[in-house]
Design a binder for this molecule. Structure first.
Ligand code: AMP
Length: 186
């Protein structure tokens, strides 16, 4: 049983690695970005609120995202845990997530921190071609990351949460195996 958060800047490979981990370790892959993209496509109330914000690269308000994640984490099925991808992105979200974990009795959560340098991130994001991957949006997303999301890592360090630092540059499978070996040793 693993309960994981995958953390890192936009373009670090969180989605790719989370998907592989989910299939190899039989985990639920909860991606808040994907939940929002699905909501936009389905034109739900959530999607209507999120669409314009996502296109600028800004963050959807904390109260909305916290509600989404609380609902998502409460899903029960036969998986062996979960990997949370794209959340928390602010200290406020991290604090709320801590309360949700307490409520659900999850006291063994680990953070996988994917480390990739800025230059590499921009190259990767420009190559990806998602609708929120225009050059201007990318710059904004990186700024938002530095300003609002990176501090979450320090918050977790201060809370003594287990953080597994992983070099996110290299072959996808190699990185994935490194994560699994690090998890098994942790
Ligand atoms: P992602 O797929 O994780 O890169 O997310 C795509 C976009 O969805 C982000 O740029 C945000 O606009 C929005 N988003 C995803 N997760 C969150 C979150 N935890 N808090 C706020 N906005 C989010």
């Amino acid at each position: 049983m693993y309960r994981l958060i995958i953390f890192g800047p936009p373009g670090a490979g969180k989605g790719t690695q989370a998907e592989l981990l989910a299939s190899k370790l039989n985990l639920n892959h909860f991606s808040t970005g994907q939940i929002l993209r699905d909501a936009v496509a389905a034109e739900t109330g959530l999607g209507q609120k999120a669409k314009a914000i996502m296109n600028t690269g800004n963050l959807v308000p904390d109260d909305i995202m916290i509600g989404v994640v609380e609902e998502t984490l409460s899903i029960e099925n036969d998986k062996d845990g979960f990997i949370l991808d794209g959340f928390p992105r602010t200290i406020e979200q991290a604090k709320a997530l801590g309360l949700i974990f307490n409520k659900l009795g999850f006291d063994d959560v680990k953070v996988i921190n994917l480390e990739v340098k800025d230059e590499e991130l921009i190259t990767r994001l420009l190559a990806r071609g998602r609708s929120d991957d225009s050059e201007e949006t990318i710059k904004n997303r990186l700024n938002v990351y530095l300003e609002s999301t990176e501090p979450v890592l320090n918050y977790y360090k201060e809370c003594n949460k287990p953080i597994l630092n992983i070099n996110g540059i290299g072959e996808i499978e190699f990185i994935n195996n490194t994560i699994i070996e690090t998890l098994e040793r942790s």
